[in-house]
Design a protein around this ligand. Structure first.
Ligand code: IPD
Ligand code: CA
Length: 261
């Protein structure tokens, strides 16, 4: 597919940051046996990847704004456009030597996500979408799955970890959902969870307590693959609330009914 100039900039930046992370990931796999662990090394890898993305994205579009996990927010001369970037989504997986993490880049225009790239560099899977131009995985067009029966459907979520206030709601949601479905996965990278909904690998995904950079790219990727993406609170705002639910269209209402209770 031939993308816009902005999409090409995003894909090139994701590849470059992904290459740097893959190199560091090989090192992390070797560090697993050390007692000190790989924590410092991984935060350096994360910061280096963000620096690459900043150079590529703001280098090409110096007037856009910037919001990223490590470096915070920088207002742009053009207040209508900003990059929303997670250099390494799935940091805990990366730290533990598990090859399930991604670079995530979104472009926001007037409050709407208009382009997204999620690059799983370890598996060389580039998910990307632009508003109105469809969703792609490498050279193939993506569509959400057609499954419409809850009992045949697989869902994903992010389970709370230490310090999260969302344990009670998560446990209630799981208690309602698990008996009604073919299973729930927790793979530890929200950006890839959304990309997998777009690819029809899961039927749906929900999570609370996310940041805008975890899911911004996923919003346009799922929508362009034909899926629905909403805030968990129907009156809320996806990026501000950090609580998202998405699924293929046929399953969305049944799934959302269970999650919203
Ligand atoms: C995390 C991952 C994880 C989700 C967390 C996020 P990070 O992002 O997306 O799946 O459950 O809430 O913070 O820290 O690996 O970039
Ligand atoms: Ca993240």
């Amino acid at each position: 597919m031939i993308g816009s100039a902005n999409l090409n900039i995003m894909i090139k930046a994701a590849r470059k940051a992904g290459r740097s992370l893959v190199k560091d990931f090989r090192e992390v796999e070797n560090l697993q046996v050390s007692t000190k662990g790989a924590g410092d090394f991984v935060s350096k890898a994360d910061i280096a990847a963000e620096a690459i993305l900043k150079e590529e994205l703001l280098g090409a579009r110096p007037n856009y704004g910037w919001l990223a996990e490590e470096g915070g927010e920088i207002p742009g001369a053009d207040p209508t456009r900003r990059w929303i970037v997670d250099p390494l989504d799935g940091t805990t997986n990366f730290l533990h030597g598990m090859p399930h993490w991604a670079v995530s880049i979104a472009l926001e225009h007037k409050g709407e996500i208009v382009a997204g790239v999620i690059f799983d560099a370890a598996k060389d899977e580039m998910f990307f979408a632009e508003k109105g131009a469809g969703c792609w995985l490498n050279e193939s067009r993506l569509r959400v799955s057609g499954r419409h029966r809850m009992i045949e459907s697989v869902f994903a979520t992010g389970l709370p970890f230490a310090g999260s206030p969302h344990l009670p709601s998560s446990l209630h949601e799981l208690a309602r959902l698990l008996p009604a479905t073919a299973g729930v996965r927790r793979w530890g990278a929200a950006a890839l969870d959304m990309a997998y909904v777009a690819a029809g690998r899961y039927e749906g995904f929900w999570e609370r307590g996310l940041n805008a950079w975890d899911m911004a790219a996923g919003v346009v990727i799922v929508r362009e693959a034909g899926g629905l993406v909403q805030p968990i609170d129907p009156e809320g705002d996806i990026l501000d609330d950090g609580a998202v639910i998405c699924a293929n269209e046929p399953i969305f209402d049944s799934f959302a009914k269970v999650i919203r209770g």
